[in-house]
Design a protein around this ligand. Structure first.
Ligand code: NI
Length: 177
């Protein structure tokens, strides 16, 4: 496995529309494993293949929610999930707001409104089809990651003023680094 470099805005590759995966081979499994390692290392809860420069419709997600049995509240439960060629339907009319961040827009966070629930059809690493109704943080996270496949970043959902503020803060952060 390998930790891959994460590309950041304004890299034009983040605006590319990713292509469907048609071959479910060992190379795909290696890429998925590398994406998980990269995501955990960052650390983050989701990563799209284009964020490591691969324009394929592949998402990895692990919400890493706190372990309820850990009294100190430090441990998390790992539940790695991979979504290949995800397709959405039946978005709920009800919306929810989460403070989102993105490994390609480092250390910047802003509230984004999205449908609270969505049904997702996808394939796993072996090409097998699945469907599930996503709710809560998973619904938000998978919509954020799916946006990457369409060349969309979470900052595109903000008002122009708010987006410019985020980008200004990011430029300042980079200058300081
Ligand atoms: Ni992102």
């Amino acid at each position: 496995m390998a930790i891959l470099p994460i590309i950041e805005t304004p890299d034009p590759r983040l605006r590319v529309i990713s292509k469907p995966v048609g071959t479910f081979d060992a190379e795909l499994k290696t890429l998925v494993a590398d994406m998980f390692e990269t995501m955990y290392d960052a650390p983050g809860i989701g990563l799209a293949a284009i964020q490591v420069g691969v324009a394929k419709r592949i998402l990895v997600i692990d919400l890493q929610e706190p372990d309820p049995d850990d009294e100190e509240g430090k441990k998390v439960i790992r539940e790695p999930r991979v979504f290949i060629n995800p397709v959405f339907s039946d978005e709920s009319e009800e919306h929810s707001v989460y403070q989102e961040g993105c490994l390609s827009v480092p250390e910047q966070y802003a509230d984004v409104t999205r449908p609270a629930e969505v049904t997702v059809d996808w394939q796993d690493e072996d090409g097998k089809h699945h469907q599930e109704r996503m709710t809560g943080l998973m619904a938000t996270c998978i919509q954020h990651e799916h946006d990457h496949l369409e060349g969309i970043l979470f900052i595109d959902h903000l008002s122009r003023l708010k987006r410019e503020m985020v980008l200004k803060k990011l430029a300042k952060l980079r200058k300081a680094a």
